[in-house]
Design a protein around this ligand. Structure first.
Ligand code: DOR
Ligand code: ZN
Length: 352
């Protein structure tokens, strides 16, 4: 493939990190994702969180009902469970048998709806032991939460104080370091010794490939560019882009598209989350094109995720064209509206 094409054909991608919420708003956000992706890892941080197989099955039924309303027949939600201090090894084995794709670790207090998250990983050792034994991936929100650690350092500190000890203790546990934001994380995942096993990977969001922390303060505070882990310095963006476009199968697509109604973002204490689902593939194409690496997009978007999760790659093809798309200022979100990433601006690539 030339690196300045105006059209690219890809195996249909999947989104390996997605928030679609529940109730009224789900249908609106699901439509955007299902237009582009074949499957998505559905995050369990609902209120209350999805902590058991039974809750996940009920959530899956609500998702399927919404897909039916949308007339979508070819999108598959991959369900996850929210790890707590009380998750039992039995629940892990039950989850494996029920086809649950993964467990998600939210350190308590790290982000949206993480209050029920893990206070100390030691409480979860029996559950994690069972995950390692049955090959159940653990997806981690990789930030420490103590107030005395600077918010821009929380990911790097997590690597040294939580992730590395966890990997030492459970060397065969499959871990996805979600939405990485720093060069420390990119290098850690790239260089991690795995004894030839497929035990570590990372997802990267479009916003962390395209923006640095200046975007949160460009001419005034920009709540729609605020997510967690927060955008970092330019040197980190550059390292993430290098990792994503390197062809290394440890890095794959996960948007972390996280819908919050406009009013809850534009507030004195605004919620964290960027809504990238509207044209996520266009955003990723732009990022890859910026370094002349569009030929590496298919591996990142369509191959490395299913390979890590031991799922089949998709067979359908999609086409992205270099066609400018205007991004609306707002989109419907149940009774409210949502401001998508790049609202009022353009994206250079669109799905045909
Ligand atoms: O910005 C974020 N929003 N980061 C997260 O980890 C959670 C997410 C959400 O659920 O809104
Ligand atoms: Zn997330």
């Amino acid at each position: 493939m030339s690196n300045s094409p105006t059209k690219i054909e890809l195996t249909q991608p999947d989104d390996w990190h997605l928030h679609i919420r529940d109730g009224e708003v789900m249908k609106d956000v699901l439509a955007d994702t299902a237009r582009q992706f074949a499957r998505a890892i559905i995050m369990p941080n609902l209120k209350p969180p999805v902590t058991t197989v039974d809750l996940a099955k009920a959530y899956q039924s609500r998702i399927e009902a919404n897909l039916k309303l949308l007339g979508v027949t070819d999108f598959k939600p991959l369900m996850t469970l929210y790890l707590t201090d009380n998750t039992s090894a039995d629940e892990v084995r039950k989850a494996k048998d029920a086809g649950i794709a993964a467990f998600k670790l939210y350190p308590a207090g790290a982000t949206t709806n993480s209050d029920a998250g893990v206070s100390d990983l030691k409480h979860c050792y029996a559950a994690i032991e069972a995950m390692q034994a049955v090959g159940m991936p653990l997806l981690v929100h990789g930030e420490v939460t103590s107030a005395d650690i600077d918010i821009f350092d929380r990911e790097a500190v997590f690597i040294d104080t939580v992730l590395e000890p966890l990997r030492k203790q459970f060397p065969d546990l499959k871990i996805v370091f979600e939405h990485i934001t720093t060069k420390q994380a990119a290098h850690y995942v790239r260089d991690a010794a795995t004894a030839g096993k497929n035990t570590i990977a990372a997802t990267i969001t479009p916003q962390h490939l395209l923006m640095n922390r200046n975007a949160i303060f460009a001419g005034g505070i920009r709540p729609h560019n605020y997510c967690l882990p927060v955008l970092k310095r330019e040197e980190h963006r550059v390292a993430l882009l290098k990792a994503a476009t390197s062809g290394n199968s440890r890095f794959f697509l996960g948007t972390d598209s996280a819908p919050h109604a406009k009013g809850t973002k534009e507030a004195a204490c605004g919620c964290a989350g960027c809504y990238s689902a509207f044209n996520a593939l266009g955003l990723y194409a732009e990022a890859f094109e910026s370094v002349g690496k569009l030929d590496k997009l298919e591996g990142f978007a369509s191959f490395f995720g299913p390979d890590f999760y031991s799922l089949p790659r998709n067979s359908k093809k999609i086409t992205l064209a270099k066609q400018t798309q205007n991004i609306p200022m707002e989109l419907p979100l149940g009774d409210a509206t949502i401001v998508p990433l790049r609202a009022g601006e353009t994206i250079a690539w669109s799905l045909v």
